[in-house]
Design a protein around this ligand. Structure first.
Ligand code: F6R
Length: 609
C-alpha cells in the first residue's frame, strides 16, 4: 500500500516521474505528491486525489527537469486523504523530505516526545515522526541521521529520503515493506515495484529486509541495519515496458481478462514437457513428497479462492489432508504441525503482509513452504523454500483476474505432479488430463467471444441491489470469487455461498429485486443445483446461470445464461467459469460508472496487516 518512487542522476522532466508514479497507482490512489530539488530549493506539490489531477495542476511544470526527487502515491492508514497528510513530508526547517510505505507502530509516543522537544507537526500521519527524527539526529551526515532515526522505529517501513543539505545522495530504507533499486544509464532509482522504472532501468537490486541504500547518480552502496556493507546482487529486469500498458483496452482489468488464454498457454508450455510436469524451483524432493501427510494452504482474497479450488483438487487426486485458511486468520491459529506437513501459499504480489507473516511463522516451526507467486523478486519468492511462478505478466487492475486463473492452472499442475509421485494418479489418466488442460486456453477464448452477450446481461442485472452467488463442489470457490469481483468493483453487496447452505439463511434475501448467480456446470452435483434453482425461482429471484453449452434444464429456470464449453473433466471448469464471472462484474461496474481499475478504498498490494 502506497507507492514510492525516487531518482538521482542526470536531470529528468517532472512529467516522466509522474508517468512512473502512475504505474504504482495500483498500490494506493487517495492522494499523491512530488518533491524535487532545483537550484538549492525544494519544489514540492501535493494533491488530495489522483495522479492525473496532480498532473493537471502541474501542467506548466511537466517539462521542468530535476536531478533528484522523491514521489509518492498514498493509501491512507493514519490520517484521512488530504493535502496535509499526503507525502512527501518535510522537517521543521523544510530541508529534509521523506516518502514512506508501511506503518510506524510507535509513532504516537515518538510524536509526543518530539513535540516536547519543540518539533512542529503539520499532519496526522505516522510518517511525519520519521522526518523529524532525522532532523533531530542530523549532524552533517544524512546517512548517519537516518540510521539513528530507524533505530527508534517499530513497524514496517520502506523510506526514500532526500535533503537540501546533501543533494548528492538519495537514501532508501527497507524494513517489512518492499523496495527496489533500479540501475539506469544516467541515474539510479528507488521504487516500490518494477513497473515504475520500466522505461528507465534494465537492472535492479531487490533490497532485503533491514537494508539501507545510499544512492548517488553513479554509485549505489547497500548496508545492513547493523552497519556492515552488503554486496550488490544485480538482476536483469525481464518485464517489457509494454507489458504494463493498456494496449488499447479501456481498462487494465479488461485487458487482463483477455490475457488469460495466453497466460494459461504460457504456464502449460513452461511446466509441461512431453507429458512430464517439471517445476524448476520446487525444491521438494520425491521422498519428501511421498512422505507428505498434510498441506496447509494459506492466502488472501482472490488468491485464497484459487487455493480453495486447489483444496478440492489435492484431496481428490493426491490422497492428502488439506486445510485452508485466510492468512490473516491462519497466522494467529494454534496448529499442530509436523515435518511431514507443507505450507502452500499463493500470492499475486508476493508482498501481502499476512501471507508473509504466515510463512515466517511456519518456517520457525520447521515446516517447509512452497509458494505460488506472480511477481519475480518479491519477498515471498525470496523467503519460501520452493517457488512456482505463475508467469501471468504484470497485473495492474486492482481486481485480480488473470493471476487467479493462472494460480489455478499452476495448482492443478502441482496436484498432478504430486499425484504422479504418490502414485495416486495413473499415468494414462494424467495424459488425458494434460491433454484437456492444453486446450483450456481455446475454451477461454470461446467465452471471451461472447462478450457482447455478457454486456447485455450485465446491463439488465446492474439494477439489482444485492447478489447471491451460489455453486457446489469445486465451483464453490468460483461463487466466492464471483461475489468478490462484483462487490469490489461495483460496490453492490454480493455474497458467495455453497448452494446447499442457501436454505440455512441466505434464502431470506431472495425476492424479485435481488440477483442470484448460479454456477451450474453439468457435473455430478448438477441435479442438486437444479433443485436449488427451483427454490430460487419459487421465490421470484432473478437468476443468471453459468452453464455448459447445450444446457437445457438450468437454462429454462434462468433469466439469463452465460455458456461455458463442456469439459470432460469438470474439475478444470473453475478456470472457465471465472472468465464469465469476471466479464459480468466488469460490465456491471462499467454500467454503474464505477472506477474499475481503482475501486474506492482498495489497494492491490496489501503490505500492512
Ligand atoms: C481481489 C484482490 C485481492 C488480492 C489479495 C491478495 O481482486 O486482488 O483480494 O487477491 O489482496 O493479494 P496477493 O495475491 O497479492 O497476495
Amino acid at each position: 500500500m502506497c507507492g514510492i518512487l525516487g531518482y538521482i542522476g542526470k536531470e529528468r522532466a517532472l512529467g516522466t516521474f509522474l508517468d512512473g508514479l502512475s504505474r504504482l497507482e495500483y498500490r494506493g490512489y487517495d492522494s499523491c505528491g512530488v518533491v524535487g530539488i532545483k537550484e538549492g530549493n525544494f519544489f514540492l506539490k501535493k494533491h488530495p486525489g489522483k495522479i492525473h489531477e496532480l498532473r493537471s495542476g502541474l501542467k506548466d511544470f511537466l517539462e521542468e527537469r530535476f536531478p533528484i526527487g522523491i514521489f509518492h502515491t498514498r493509501w491512507a492508514t493514519h490520517g484521512r486523504p488530504s493535502q496535509a497528510n499526503a507525502h512527501p513530508h518535510l522537517d521543521c526547517k523544510s530541508q529534509i523530505a521523506i516518502v514512506h510505505n508501511g506503518i510506524i507502530e510507535n509513532y504516537l509516543a515518538l510524536k509526543d516526545a518530539l513535540i516536547k522537544e519543540g518539533h512542529k507537526f503539520v499532519s496526522e500521519t505516522d510518517t511525519e515522526v520519521v522526518v523529524h527524527l532525522i532532523e533531530k539526529f542530523y549532524n552533517g551526515s544524512l546517512k548517519d541521521a537516518v540510521y539513528k532515526a530507524i533505530k527508534k522505529l517499530h513497524g514496517s517501513f520502506s523510506l526514500g529520503v532526500i535533503s537540501l543539505k546533501d543533494p548528492t545522495r538519495l537514501i532508501a530504507v527497507r524494513k517489512g515493506s518492499p523496495l527496489i533499486v533500479g540501475l539506469g544509464k544516467d541515474g539510479n532509482f528507488i521504487a516500490s515495484d518494477i513497473p515504475a522504472i520500466l522505461p528507465f532501468a534494465k537492472e535492479v537490486v531487490y533490497l532485503k529486509d533491514e537494508e539501507v541504500a545510499v544512492i548517488r547518480s553513479d554509485k549505489v552502496e547497500i548496508f545492513h541495519f547493523k552497519g556492515s556493507s552488503v554486496k550488490l546482487e544485480i538482476e536483469r529486469i525481464r518485464i517489457k515496458p509494454q507489458d504494463a500498458e493498456k494496449k488499447g483496452f479501456e481498462h487494465f482489468m479488461l485487458k487482463e481478462i483477455h490475457e488469460q488464454p495466453e497466460a494459461l498457454k504460457r504456464i502449460f508450455s513452461l511446466y509441461v514437457k512431453r507429458n512430464t510436469i517439471e517445476f524448476p524451483y520446487l525444491n521438494l524432493d520425491e521422498k519428501y513428497v511421498k512422505s507428505l501427510k498434510k498441506i496447509f494452504i494459506t492466502a488472501c482474497g482472490t488468491a485464497y479462492h484459487a487455493g480453495y479450488v486447489a483444496k478440492y483438487f489435492l484431496e481428490k487426486y493426491c490422497d492428502l489432508d488439506i486445510e485452508i485458511d485466510t492468512s490473516s486468520e491462519f497466522r494467529y491459529r494454534t496448529l499442530n504441525v509436523t515435518k511431514n506437513d507443507l505450507l502452500l501459499t499463493i500470492s499475486q504480489s508476493g508482498e501481502t503482509a499476512d501471507t508473509l507473516a504466515a510463512v515466517r511463522d511456519m518456517e520457525r516451526h520447521g515446516v517447509k513452504v512452497l509458494s505460488i507467486c506472480n511477481v519475480e523478486g518479491s519477498t515471498l519468492t525470496k523467503e519460501s523454500d520452493g517457488i512456482i511462478f505463475t508467469h501471468a505478466g504484470p497485473e495492474i487492475g486492482v481486481a485480480s483476474t488473470k493471476a487467479y486463473t493462472a494460480q489455478i492452472m499452476v495448482l492443478v499442475l502441482l496436484a498432478l505432479y504430486i499425484g504422479k509421485i504418490r502414485k495416486t494418479i495413473a499415468e494414462k489418466d494424467l495424459k488425458v488430463m494434460l491433454r484437456e488442460l492444453s486446450v483450456l486456453p481455446e475454451h477461454q477464448k470461446e467465452i471471451l467471444a461472447k462478450i457482447n452477450e455478457v454486456k447485455k446481461i450485465a446491463k439488465e442485472f446492474s439494477k439489482f441491489g444485492c447478489f447471491l452467488f451460489l455453486a457446489r463442489g469445486i465451483n464453490y470457490p468460483s461463487a466466492l470469487e464471483g461475489a468478490l469481483k462484483l462487490k469490489e468493483i461495483s460496490y453492490i453487496p454480493a455474497e458467495g455461498y455453497p448452494a446447499g447452505e442457501m436454505k440455512h439463511g441466505p434464502i431470506a434475501l431472495i425476492d424479485e429485486y435481488r440477483g442470484v448467480v448460479c454456477v451450474a456446470p453439468k457435473d455430478f452435483l448438477y441435479e442438486k443445483m437444479i433443485s436449488n434453482m427451483q427454490e430460487i425461482k419459487a421465490r421470484k429471484g432473478k437468476i443468471l446461470a453459468i452453464v455448459n453449452c447445450g444446457d437445457t434444464q438450468a437454462s429454462r429456470l434462468s433469466d439469463a445464461v452465460i455458456h461455458c464449453p463442456q469439459l470432460k473433466n469438470n474439475d478444470f471448469s473453475p478456470m472457465l467459469v471465472a472468465v464469465g464471472l469476471q466479464l459480468f462484474a466488469y460490465y456491471v461496474a462499467k454500467n454503474l460508472g464505477c472506477e474499475i481499475d481503482q475501486p474506492r478504498n482498495l489497494a492491490k498490494s496489501v503490505t500492512v496487516e
